[in-house]
Write a protein of this length. Structure first.
Length: 352
């Protein structure tokens, strides 16, 4: 990752070089396309990655850059990723055609023969280093969020102390003070990380017999008609479409309520808010037909799996005390999955 991404017109190359050289003397890492794009790489993707990994988006404003299609694409990508945008005027341009995200910010003037070059560089350094720890953290979090968004892989989510730090950083950001502000993607990323960590704890620490073991879904219809290893009544769930989740405003509201409640010692999210957090982002889902058992897996049924050597009893297995026809409890996620595999089924996905 770089400290600064420089957006400029090639026609201003002669003016851009002294500015870049002056900034690099301050141990600042500058990303600029005259030396940072490897040959053979896709040009636009390299530009986007350079913006995403930089802390500051430095725009050299001139009559050519404000009209450049590429420069305007770069500005739009910087805005999307919540970058701190710093415009430096190197040649006067028509204000009417300047991108609104550039025109609304404070400008630094560094026009040849008109402005003090050293003063402009010093003002640029000062702006870059203002609240710089938050600036660096914002960049790191955005890069992680983008990686998660592109891969849709739970392994990229945050957890533990890293997740708690992210929640604290986003909670401290104030619209009247902080530049840049947290992005929508960052909030969604942290929200999904919290949801995933919560589910992991639930899967590992609660009795799964009532929920996870009973929903034994067979892979293909031929398995549904075969004789089961353990007797049980099965119910067919018809195929169909449905909508799950919250829109962005609902998810952020739920997240804010949960954080406010949980900020007090000894408190957690109330159940109503926790339920809202189960999904973030409305999605249309279509599921094929499947079957589930209509009752909990009993102690007797799980004991049969133990007897044939396919399953192991959980800690403090209470088959005798609980009774043969009582629900099997105390199983962890792995034991539940092992039982399902014995029936040639599996545990359900969250969507199912």
């Amino acid at each position: 990752m770089s400290h600064i991404f420089v957006s400029y017109s090639r026609k201003d190359l002669k003016i851009a070089r002294p500015i870049v050289n002056a900034l690099t003397k301050d141990n600042l890492d500058v990303w600029i396309d005259w030396e940072d794009i490897p040959r053979g790489e896709e040009f636009e993707r390299e530009i986007q990655q350079g913006i995403e990994g930089s802390d500051i988006f430095l725009f050299l404003a001139s009559p050519d850059s404000v009209q450049s299609e590429w420069c305007n694409k770069e500005i739009a990508h910087a805005v999307k990723n919540g970058k701190r945008i710093l415009p430096i005027v190197i040649r006067d341009a028509d204000p009417k055609i300047i991108h609104p995200e550039i025109s609304k910010r404070n400008w630094i003037f560094c026009r040849d023969g008109q402005d003090d070059f050293n003063k402009a560089i010093e003002e640029t350094r000062k702006t870059i280093h203002t609240d710089y720890e938050w600036l660096k953290y914002h960049t790191r979090l955005q890069v992680k969020a983008l990686e998660w968004e592109r891969r849709k892989d739970f392994s990229h989510l945050l957890y533990g102390n890293i997740l708690r730090e992210a929640e604290e950083q986003l909670a401290k950001a104030r619209s009247d003070q902080d530049d840049p502000l947290p992005t929508d993607l960052q909030r969604l990323f942290v929200l999904n990380s919290r949801k995933f960590e919560k589910n992991l704890k639930a899967w590992g620490g609660i009795a799964i017999g009532v929920i996870m073991i009973t929903l034994l879904i067979f892979w293909t219809r031929p398995y549904w008609s075969r004789e089961r290893a353990v007797p049980g009544k099965w119910v067919t769930i018809s195929e169909g479409k449905f909508t799950i989740g919250l829109d962005q405003i609902e998810a952020e509201t739920a997240y804010a309520l949960c954080k406010q409640w949980a900020s007090e010692p000894g408190k957690d999210c109330p159940p109503s808010v926790a339920d809202m957090l189960n999904w973030a982002g409305k999605t249309n889902i279509e599921l094929p037909v499947f079957e589930i058992m209509d009752n909990e897996v009993t102690n007797a049924q799980y004991q049969q799996c133990i007897n044939v050597g396919n399953c192991v009893p959980p800690v403090e297995w209470k088959y005798e005390e609980g009774g043969a026809n009582k629900p099997a409890t105390g199983l962890n996620w792995f034991q539940a999955g092992k039982y399902c595999a014995w029936l040639e089924g599996r545990l359900p996905t969250e969507v199912e």
